[in-house]
Ligand binder design. Structure first.
Ligand SMILES: [Zn+2]
Length: 211
């Protein structure tokens, strides 16, 4: 019997890493250090909750929406389909329609972002994003979960709020900041658990897949 191993699709957190332009920068430092004579090593970190691989709660864009501590585990644990997007600018309804996406699916979109955007600590403004019409299409099914491979499901210059609102008002849970470079299209088992931060609009998460 062979058991496929888990593949990490999260990005590492470190001081100076990329972050959304108006979000806080990331600082992780040792406050206590064995090398400095302390009895143990203890680190402190400062970062926005939408840093790196993270989950958006409805509260991120919906007034009175659920906080991240209320995430239903079924949204983030279970079968998920990785779809490779060929458009190098935007995820369109037309392209999504070719994949016969069904109600209740967990969908992870692999775009050019995975091999392009994580190579630099500078924010990439022209990343591939989900246009608002495509978000409304996915929300109409509705799918259960949408994962994307850079810091926002919506674009930097357009469809930021509209895309988030379309998905979050339909209770589609959003995973952002995945790195799918090592993953090919197909069906996998997904496990992704965001930190239980009370009433937070989002939280960093570890995400893994296996065939
Ligand atoms: Zn977010």
């Amino acid at each position: 019997m062979t058991s496929a191993s888990w593949i990490d699709i999260s990005v590492p957190l470190y001081t100076g890493m990329v972050h959304w332009p108006d979000n806080p920068s990331v600082h992780i430092e040792r406050m206590m250090d064995i090398e400095g004579g302390d009895v143990c090593n203890v680190s402190k970190m400062s970062l926005g909750v939408h840093t790196g691989t993270h989950v958006d709660a409805p509260l991120h864009f919906v007034r009175g929406g659920s906080g991240i501590h209320l995430v239903p585990f079924d949204a983030l644990i279970g079968p998920a389909r990785v779809i490779e997007i060929t458009d190098t600018h935007v995820v369109t309804v037309e392209e999504l329609r070719h994949h016969d996406i069904q109600q209740g699916e967990r969908i992870l979109l692999k775009t050019l972002n995975s091999t392009r955007c994580w190579q630099t600590d500078d924010f990439v403004e022209d990343f591939v994003y989900v246009e608002q019409a495509a978000a409304r299409y996915l929300a109409s099914l509705p799918i259960q979960t949408l994962g994307v491979d850079y810091l926002s499901v919506g674009g930097f210059a357009r469809d930021g709020a509209e895309t988030h609102q379309a998905l979050l008002t339909a209770n589609v849970w959003i995973i952002e900041g995945l790195n799918l470079a090592a993953i090919s299209s197909g069906t996998y088992e997904l496990m992704c658990l965001p930190l239980k931060i009370l009433d937070s609009d989002g939280a960093p998460a570890r995400a893994v897949l296996r065939k």
